[in-house]
Structure formats: structure tokens, C-alpha cells
Ligand binder design. Sequence first.
Ligand code: AMP
Length: 219
Amino acid sequence: MRVVLMGPPGVGKGTQATRLSALLGVIHVSTGDILRDAVKGGSALGRKVRTFVEGGKLVPDDLMGDLIEDRLQKDDASRGFVLDGFPRTVEQVSILDRALRNLDVRIDHVFVLTAPEDEIVRRLAGRRVCPGCKAVYHLENKPPKSAGVCDSCGSALIQRSDDEEEVIRERLAVYAESTAPVAGTYAERGTLVEIDGHGDPDAVGARLRAAIGAEGDRA
Ligand code: AMP
């Protein structure tokens, strides 16, 4: 099963992609996580992308193309994947089409999660993440048992530098300008299914599962 999960920053893509990939027994490919790890590790890629990621701007398509092709060619992607954060531009749709053609596979579902903008800003500003195991918390909705400490692995929780208010606004603007047209492209192809991302993660997860069940497995 191969799924693309789209939606604005803060809509719950990462949480739902983690759950969906576990449910389907396929890998979760978060381009944001890959880039943040590269920045943290100080690799050549990390040095090239740092200013884009920290400023909430899109990393150039040529770098993203190399990254996604490499990732999808790995053995663990052969059973399928949930793509979280890619494609984010219309050019990246073409890059993904080409990568899939080379692998001789196709996407089964393209979902876009939606939520009102005020809910998105509230979710992002309160989000705290674990740099160790990538678990996601929220100061109000899902606080850790012990303040500032990850329940799962004990690491100190951090606020992503791009979750500061000024950068949140930039990321939402980038989404409207560059990524919303990606949803338009899939809608024109008739493959886009909109999922209401409002409410708690269990409810949203149930909507996604129903959409997969209702449409059947076309793999
Ligand atoms: P995310 O965790 O998906 O919100 O991504 C965090 C940041 O990584 C984004 O604000 C971009 O700077 C960068 N990024 C992630 N995926 C892409 C992509 N497909 N194209 C360009 N930049 C990306």
C-alpha cells in the first residue's frame, strides 16, 4: 500500500502518518524528519538545507528529488510507504511520478487533511517534540506525564525552531502558495480524498481508516 498524506503544517500529518504506517505495516517517510536529522547531524545535505528548514521555506526541488528517489529505492520501501511532507510543489509531483514509474509501482491513495487556520496555529505553537524518538506532545492537549520529558524515551522535549509564531506564519503562506496547488493537481486527476483533520487524533484516524476501507485496496 502506498499513500500520500498531505495537508498544511500542524494539521496532524505526522501523527496520522505514524499511525497509518503502523496499521498498514509499511514505512513512514517524513521528509521533514529526514531533513531535520540531516541538519542535526551536520551532513553535507544538512548544511545545504539548514537555512530553508529553520526559516520555514521550501528546500529546492532538485535536492528534494534526490532525497526522495534515494529513500524510495531502499529495500524497506518495497512493501509500501506513507509519504508525509512530499510532494510539496507541483514540480515534486512530477518528480514523484517519475520515481514511481522507475520502481514500477503506483500510489493507492492521496489524502489531504484539513483544519481551520486558528486550530492549526494553536496546535503548532503548543507542540513539543522528542528529538530522540520523534514522539509529539502538546502543552494543552497531550502533555507529557512529567513536564518537558518524553514519556517513551526520557529525552528532554524541544520546541521545533520552525514552530515559533513568525515562522508558523511563513510556513502557512508557503503552503497556500506552493503546496495547495499540489492538492489541485491530484484533484484534477481524480485521486484526491479530503479528510476532516479537526478534532482528536483517534477521530481523524478513524476517518482515514474508513476512507481506505471504503475505497478498497487498489494495490
Ligand atoms: P515538516 O516537518 O513536514 O513540516 O517539514 C519541515 C520543513 O522541512 C519544511 O518547512 C521545509 O523547510 C522542509 N521540507 C520538508 N519536506 C519538504 C519538501 N517536500 N519540499 C521542500 N521542503 C521540505
